[in-house]
Write a protein that binds this ligand. Structure first.
Ligand SMILES: *[C@@H]1O[C@H](CO)[C@@H](O)[C@H](O)[C@H]1NC(C)=O
Ligand SMILES: *[C@@H]1O[C@H](CO)[C@@H](O)[C@H](O)[C@H]1NC(C)=O
Ligand SMILES: *[C@@H]1O[C@H](CO)[C@@H](O)[C@H](O)[C@H]1NC(C)=O
Ligand SMILES: *[C@@H]1O[C@H](CO)[C@@H](O)[C@H](O)[C@H]1NC(C)=O
Ligand SMILES: *[C@@H]1O[C@H](CO)[C@@H](O)[C@H](O)[C@H]1NC(C)=O
Length: 319
């Protein structure tokens, strides 16, 4: 990913998250379990898929932002390929031999159905999956990471009339062979969802979310960081973080790697915005720090066109 793209991506996420933060401050935004959209970067386009805008959609919205304009794909995709039902709390990751496909997995529909968006043709299809398909019917708010043609999925939950069941799932979907592989659970954290997974040099860092451990639901501490090696397929937990400014726990945040630091944005803690909406984890020292911004609102005013869409995108980032 080029530096320009990264900055662009970061800027968008910042805008999205700042908007989220502002709406939290004004008390207008109520995060709910049915608000999860996804944003996936391919080249210079960010594809937004599915989600919930406070009314139940008939089908998943698909559109992209190319740095200049927003392009809706729904009209182009309907009537051919597969009709993708409303997707909420799903995952969307880049894959395929040429890294030009987006695989949409999970959400509150059948887990066994893996939707594939071909970004060359804008066609959504249901490719035939080989091998053993995980035995789950719906899984929301898993974390996902795409690396070397494989999508690593961890955690997730099932929500049925206010009852949340969290699972210790760890699945690996091979986007080249179109089959499922089992991920290891040895040394994995207790079941979690609404957490983030960030790839740093072949290691996935799992941060935040909500966990259930011996029937007790809690926010894992932000110093309770688990790592998964995509090379050795083993888990390790960070026994002790370097002294730093450990931020408040949170769920539904987002995380991106920026120059050796994992930056987390937004999220919710105890039904309100966390005290530090942005925090960074230095992955060499494993120390947290909290950056300071002069005036985030003035930045938003420089980009008025984004704001309307940002209002929609707020849900998309609330994974
Ligand atoms: C949600 O989406 C539907 C269909 O696209 C639209 O009619 C409705 O106005 C949207 N609601 C909000 C609150 O944006
Ligand atoms: C989309 O995929 C379907 C199913 O594979 C196929 O029949 C259709 O021709 C494709 N459309 C385009 C525009 O590629
Ligand atoms: C889970 O609970 C057990 C016993 O209640 C405790 O020993 C263990 O440390 C907990 N694990 C985590 C990751 O919180
Ligand atoms: C991480 O911390 C070390 C020690 O303070 C520092 O040398 C390094 O530049 C930091 N990394 C980043 C990406 O800021
Ligand atoms: C969460 O909020 C409730 C009600 O406002 C409060 O009683 C409780 O102490 C809060 N918990 C934490 C961990 O801040």
């Amino acid at each position: 990913m080029g530096c320009k793209n990264l900055k662009h991506h970061l800027m968008l996420i910042l805008l999205i998250q700042l908007f989220l933060w502002v709406t939290f401050v004004n008390g207008q935004f109520i995060p709910g379990p049915r608000s999860g959209h996804t944003a996936t970067l391919i080249g210079d386009k960010i594809y937004f898929i599915g989600g919930y805008n406070f009314s139940i959609p008939k089908e998943s919205d698909i559109f992209y932002y190319n740095g200049i304009a927003w392009v809706e794909l729904n009209n182009q995709v309907s009537g051919q390929g597969a009709d993708m039902p409303p997707k909420l709390g799903h995952t969307a990751n880049v894959g395929g031999r040429n890294q030009d496909l987006i695989f949409i997995i999970g959400g509150d529909v059948e887990f066994s159905k893996v939707y594939q968006l071909d970004t060359k043709t804008n066609n959504v299809t249901l490719p035939t999956i080989l091998g053993v398909i995980p035995n789950r019917d719906s899984l929301v708010f898993m974390s996902s990471v795409s690396y070397e043609g494989k999508i690593y999925l961890f955690g997730g939950g099932k929500i049925e009339t206010d009852i949340i069941t969290l699972y210790n799932n760890h699945y690996i979907f091979n986007t080249i062979n179109l089959n499922w592989e089992d991920g290891s659970l040895v040394g994995a954290p207790p079941p979690r969802y609404k957490h983030t997974a960030t790839l740093v040099n072949e290691i996935i860092y799992y941060i935040g979310g909500i966990q259930i451990n011996n029937s007790i639901i809690s926010y894992p501490s932000m110093s309770d960081i688990y790592r998964y090696s995509t090379i050795s397929n083993t888990w390790s937990s960070v026994a002790r973080l370097a002294p730093g400014n450990t931020p408040e726990p949170r769920l539904g945040h987002s995380a991106v790697l920026v120059e050796g630091k994992i930056c987390i944005f937004g999220g919710s803690f105890n039904n309100s915005s966390p005290t530090e909406p942005i925090a960074m984890l230095n992955t060499s020292t494993l120390a947290w720090s909290i950056p300071h911004f002069k005036n985030p609102r003035s930045n938003m005013q420089n980009l008025p066109k984004l704001v309307y869409h940002t209002a929609t995108l707020v849900d998309k980032r609330m994974k």
